[in-house]
Ligand binder design. Structure first.
Ligand SMILES: NC(=O)c1ccc[n+]([C@@H]2O[C@H](COP(=O)([O-])OP(=O)(O)OC[C@H]3O[C@@H](n4cnc5c(N)ncnc54)[C@H](O)[C@@H]3O)[C@@H](O)[C@H]2O)c1
Length: 383
């Protein structure tokens, strides 16, 4: 089979997302499986150019995985003719500048979310990429989670009748860093470094809601910094200046009401770290990262409110598991494969910079809502 090598700069490969999800679980996994088969019978083969700030860390990662192409010089990597794609998993604040450089170098671009720090910058990147004729993509991994794929299958099959509401619960306890190290980077808790749960999670909520239930028309959010002081990676205490919890209500085109809580200061009494309950006239579902359970109207019990009696029903046991019916691959990898096909053959890929800009817009307007204490309309974005 003819192999078509596609040179990819992987910037931010030493980070949590860059290393585990993008390098190991996606790009190296694609190589291990022989590349991405294309419609013309050839195969797209990712050639990886690791880019970062620390020579020692890059060398160590490259050696660990049998790679030999790495550099701390982004400009030099972008100048190479054998590189077609720039990928960015750096801290959010470094992204815009690097992507601009990649557009100028004429590279196709794939990036972690959020695309930029504000809507104006995100739209500007989308326009610049279009003017340069380069293809773009933004990570929207949650769409490819088994739980959400099963939810989509239920929606496509008309299971819910009319969808009424969505309630989502995302979060877990992120350790403060004093007596146990935190399991997320400290920049996430500093607004001045691009942190905050709204900018982190609302871009995800945007595409989940828009793709499954309808475009977001309004947002109302209340935010909090529940844990004001944390301890960083070096053991130094710092002031948490960014929101670590957001309680949002979203009105969608078509009338669905979505209510999504996001928090890094909540202890999990759920089956998964994120769960969405969807209620419709014909049935309801609860979907997590992997599982999805349903209850149809025909088998819905009739609880009667009576606090004087102990609970009369085992509510959880009244739901039915939705079967997998297919093999679900890692969501990041599935989206990478789609982007590589998009670059190699022009196959459709709708999660582009404009889609990414809509996610940034929802985060920005969520913060406006929280600051001003009001419900905010979300205008349509166009290039
Ligand atoms: N899709 C998802 O589910 C998901 C989840 C978490 C994070 N993210 C996104 O991925 C990106 C990276 O997040 P992460 O959690 O991997 O962060 P991280 O702190 O673990 O990694 C950040 C990377 O950026 C690099 N970097 C470049 N310039 C830097 C600078 N000036 N200061 C600090 N680091 C710098 C670091 O070396 C490192 O490789 C963020 O934009 C974040 O929003 C996405």
């Amino acid at each position: 089979m003819t192999r078509r090598s596609i040179g990819i700069i992987v910037n931010g490969v030493t980070g949590r997302m860059g290393y585990r999800q993008h390098l190991v679980r996606s790009l190296l996994a694609i190589r291990e499986s022989g590349g991405v088969p294309l419609a013309d019978g050839t195969t797209a083969w990712p050639h990886l150019v690791l880019v970062g700030r620390s020579e020692a860390k890059l060398r160590e990662i490259a050696e660990r995985h049998g790679l030999d192409d790495w550099t701390t010089d982004l400009s030099a990597a972008l100048a190479r003719d054998d590189v077609e794609i720039y990928f960015d998993a750096q801290v959010t604040q470094q992204r815009e500048k690097a992507i601009r450089q990649a557009i100028e170098a004429g590279k196709h671009i794939y990036t972690e979310k959020p695309l930029a720090e504000d809507t104006a910058a995100a739209l500007d990147l989308a326009r610049a990429a279009r003017a340069a004729g380069v293809r773009t993509g933004v990570v929207q991994d949650k769409l490819f989670l088994p739980g959400l794929r099963k939810l989509k299958r239920l929606l496509d099959g008309g299971f819910f009748g009319q969808v009424l509401s969505v309630r989502g619960e995302f979060g877990y306890w992120v350790f403060e860093g004093d007596w146990q190290p935190a399991q997320r980077p400290s920049w996430n808790y500093r607004a001045e470094d691009g942190g905050g749960i709204v900018v982190d999670m609302f871009p995800h909520w945007h595409y989940v809601l828009a793709e499954l239930f309808g475009e977001v028309r309004t947002v109302s959010a209340t935010i909090a910094t529940h844990i004001p002081r944390r301890v960083d990676e070096a053991g130094r205490p710092y002031q948490a200046t960014a929101d670590d919890a957001a309680y949002g209500v979203f009105e969608l085109a078509g009338g669905v009401i979505a209510q999504l809580n996001s928090s890094w200061a909540v202890r999990v009494f759920r089956d998964e770290l994120v769960e969405f309950q969807v209620d419709g006239t014909e049935g309801s579902a609860v979907a997590g990262l992997r599982r999805c359970r349903v209850q149809h109207r025909a088998v819905t019990p009739k609880p009667v409110w009576n606090p004087d009696l102990p609970v009369t029903e085992d509510f959880r046991s009244q739901w039915t598991e939705v079967p997998d019916n297919e093999d679900f691959d890692n969501g990041f990898k599935v989206q990478w494969e789609a982007f590589l096909r998009h670059v190699a053959t022009g196959e459709e890929f709708r999660w582009d910079f404009l889609a990414g800009a809509r996610g940034v817009q929802l985060a920005e307007l969520g913060l406006v809502s929280a600051r001003e204490g009001r419900r905010v309309e979300v205008p349509e974005l166009a290039l």
